[in-house]
Each structure stands twice: as C-alpha cells, then as structure tokens.
Design a protein around this ligand. Structure first.
Ligand code: HEM
Length: 358
C-alpha cells in the first residue's frame, strides 16, 4: 500500500490533473498509516463507561432544542439540571477538531472522512414511509446494525468519538455522531453545515434492517430507490455523492480500493471535476468491479459514482458542480443538513453554525 500511495503522489506530480488547495494542517501526501480495518464488529451496547462518579442517570428531554442532562454525585441535594447552550456544543466541536489534529494515524492523516461516513450511515437508514431509521437513536451502537456489511470500518469512527462522549456525557451519541460529521466537513475546508441538537438515543429494538444503505455495485435506478426512500431528489442525490472527494475505499471493508481524488483530506468539488474530465476504465484486478482513471491508474470510482455521469439527469448536476465549487458547497450543505435531520422529532427550529477552528 505504501508503494501504491507513493506512486499515486508521483503520478499526480506528473499528471496534468489540477491540484487543489490544501490546508497546511492536512497538506499531507497520500500516506500509509492505514488503520487496520476489522470485521465482525460487536455491539457497543451500553457503551458509556463513565469515568465519573458523578454519573447516575441521564434524562434527556427535548425542549427548545436543548437536551436536559440530569446528574448527581449521589447526594440528592446536589442534583442539578444542565441545559446545553450553543457554547457547550461549540466545546464539543472544538474537542473533536482538536482530536482530528492530535490523532493523525488514519489513512491519509485524518479521521475526518470516516467521521463523515459515520454521520451519513447513521442517518441514511431513514425510511420516509414508516418514519423509521435516521440519525435519531444511534442504533449502530448495537448488533445487528453494527455488523451490517455497509457499516464495516465504522467502529474506528465510533471509537474515535468515545473519549468525547466521556468528556461531555450530557450529549447523546445521536447528536455526537452527527456533530462529528459536521465538524469533519468544516475542518476539512468544506462548507459550513448549520446543525441542530435534540436527538435522543434509542435501544436495540430501533435497529434498522440490513439493506437500507446503497450498494456500490448498482446503477442509477438503485441510487434513486435508496435516496428516494429517504426523500431526496436527483439534485440532492448528486450533491451528497460529492462527499466522495473525501477518504478512500478499503479492501478489508467494502472490498473496493483507493481514493477518489488526490486530496482525500480536503473537501472539494474534485470528485465531480474528475468524473467529467478524466477518462475512467474498468480496473483489472481480482477485486469487485470498479473504475480507475486512465491518466494515473491510482484513483477510483465506484459503479454508482459512474452512474452519475451515465444518467442524463444526474449528469446535469455533476457538470454544474464540476464547474462551480461554490454552488456545490451551498447545495451540499443544504442536502447534508437535511440528511442529518431525517426523522428527528426536533422541538426547535434553531440551528447553530459552529465556528471552524483557526
Ligand atoms: C450511492 C451512494 C453511495 C455509495 C454506493 C457509497 C459507497 C461507499 C463505499 C463502498 C465506500 C468505501 C468504504 C470503505 O471501504 O471504507 C465509501 C466511502 C465513503 N463514503 Fe460513500 N457511498 C455513497 C454515498 C455517500 C454519501 C451520501 C456520503 C456522505 C454524504 C458518503 C461519504 C463517504 C466517505 C466520506 C467515504 C470515505 C470513508 C473513509 O475514508 O474511511 N458516501 N462509500
């Protein structure tokens, strides 16, 4: 893998593919410190191993968009009710952002991409007909949902966030995972994502059946069926797919391999530009059918990614986003806000735009 990553960087230097601005913090060449993927994730049910003797119980009630956290040190008189404010959520954001810098032993130097994927897979189980699934519940903590094939590798993201949960025990996992996705996108130079608290964790009974998340080997019909079930239109489906400017696929998780572009830790519209401008051919290998770029043979596209330019309606949006990064950022942000809120019984309209770390 190390050799492949280095050759990807060299090939890029030789190619006429346009580089994108990188943050100094994440301006890393594609590097090799790949966290090992693990299969067979066991349940993290009842995960809170609070190191605080203060923790007796959590009562979360949504009111005015704020979660209420009841805690006590065992002395009934000392009981208090804590109502988190925007500042408190900013502290959680800041802690995730700090850890993103501190813990750089993931793939290309940032856990950001896998945090985005966690937020998406937690939310993308929503079914508008039955009102089931979605980010409200964080049911991926439990088997069988944690063991669904589509969720392979996401234990790394959940484990990354566990110290944050320990530090801020008043936040629900459901709010934490979605907030982590927002933090990752903003910290990796993506658009601002206004975010709303108020999700409540649910138990194993709320786990969704397998098969609600998309299958990358399929075509445009499948994309429309899966995202249509959540309530998205063509434009939103294409916008959301642009998150593949981040991260990479792993043979020991999905079976696919490689990054979509040369800056997998910077949120850009490169995914769309490469879809339009690069030539893509079937990769010759022993893995599942995927595409590789003809110029460097180091990038990848999934069959579902290529479906976005094979389908005329989808392609219109791909071309718009390839041309105009600002339009993509705006429409991605709107669609991602919608994704993270699917099926959540919020009691407040107020969203917070949390500050990106300087
Ligand atoms: C048709 C829709 C989609 C399909 C079939 C799909 C499929 C995949 C697959 C197979 C991987 C590789 C997983 C691995 O091996 O680690 C992946 C990674 C990823 N996906 Fe998607 N995805 C879709 C939509 C989305 C959406 C809507 C988002 C977010 C808004 C997203 C964000 C990501 C990110 C950030 C990664 C990289 C994760 C990492 O680096 O660990 N994907 N996706």
């Amino acid at each position: 893998m190390a050799a492949a990553a280095r050759s990807a960087t060299r090939a890029f230097a030789r190619s006429n593919l346009r580089p994108v601005a990188r943050s100094s913090r994440f301006a890393l060449p594609i590097q090799t410190a790949r966290a090992s993927g693990r299969r067979g994730y066991s349940s993290e049910a009842n995960a809170p191993k609070s190191n605080s003797a203060l923790f007796i119980g959590i009562g979360l009630a949504a009111a005015g968009g704020a979660g209420y956290y009841f805690y006590s040190n065992g002395d009934a008189k000392a009981s208090a009710t804590f109502v988190p404010t925007q500042d408190d959520y900013q502290k959680v954001y800041n802690e995730i952002a700090r850890l993103l810098v501190e813990k750089d032993d993931y793939d290309d130097g940032s856990y950001g991409p896998v945090l985005v994927r966690l937020a998406w897979h937690a939310s993308g189980t929503y079914d508008k007909e039955t009102g089931t699934g979605g980010s409200n519940g964080a049911t991926m903590r439990f088997a069988p949902e944690s063991d669904h094939g589509a969720n392979a590798g996401l234990k790394l993201a959940r484990d990354f966030l566990e110290p944050v949960k320990q530090k801020f025990p008043w936040i629900t996992y459901s709010d934490l995972w979605t907030l982590a996705g927002v933090t990752a996108i903003q910290e990796l130079q993506g658009p601002a994502i206004p975010w709303r608290p108020g999700r409540q964790d649910r138990d194993v009974a709320a786990c969704t059946p397998d098969g609600r998340l998309p299958d990358a080997s399929k075509d445009q019909k499948h994309i429309r069926a899966i995202f249509g079930r959540m309530g998205f239109d063509d434009r939103e489906m294409v916008a959301l797919s642009g998150a593949h400017s981040l991260g990479r696929a792993h043979t020991d998780r999905s079976g696919y391999d490689g990054p979509w572009d040369f800056s997998p830790t910077v949120f850009t519209n490169e995914f769309f530009r490469l879809l339009v401008e690069e030539k893509w051919a079937w990769k010759k290998w022993n893995g599942p059918d995927q595409f590789t770029d003809k110029t460097t043979k180091t990038l990848m596209m999934l069959p579902t990614d290529l479906a976005l330019v094979k389908d005329k309606e989808f392609k219109k949006h791909v071309e718009r986003y390839a041309k105009d990064s600002e339009v993509f950022f705006k429409e991605f942000s709107d669609a991602f806000v919608k994704l993270l809120e699917l099926g959540v019984p919020f009691t407040s309209e107020e969203r917070y735009t949390l500050k990106t770390s300087s």
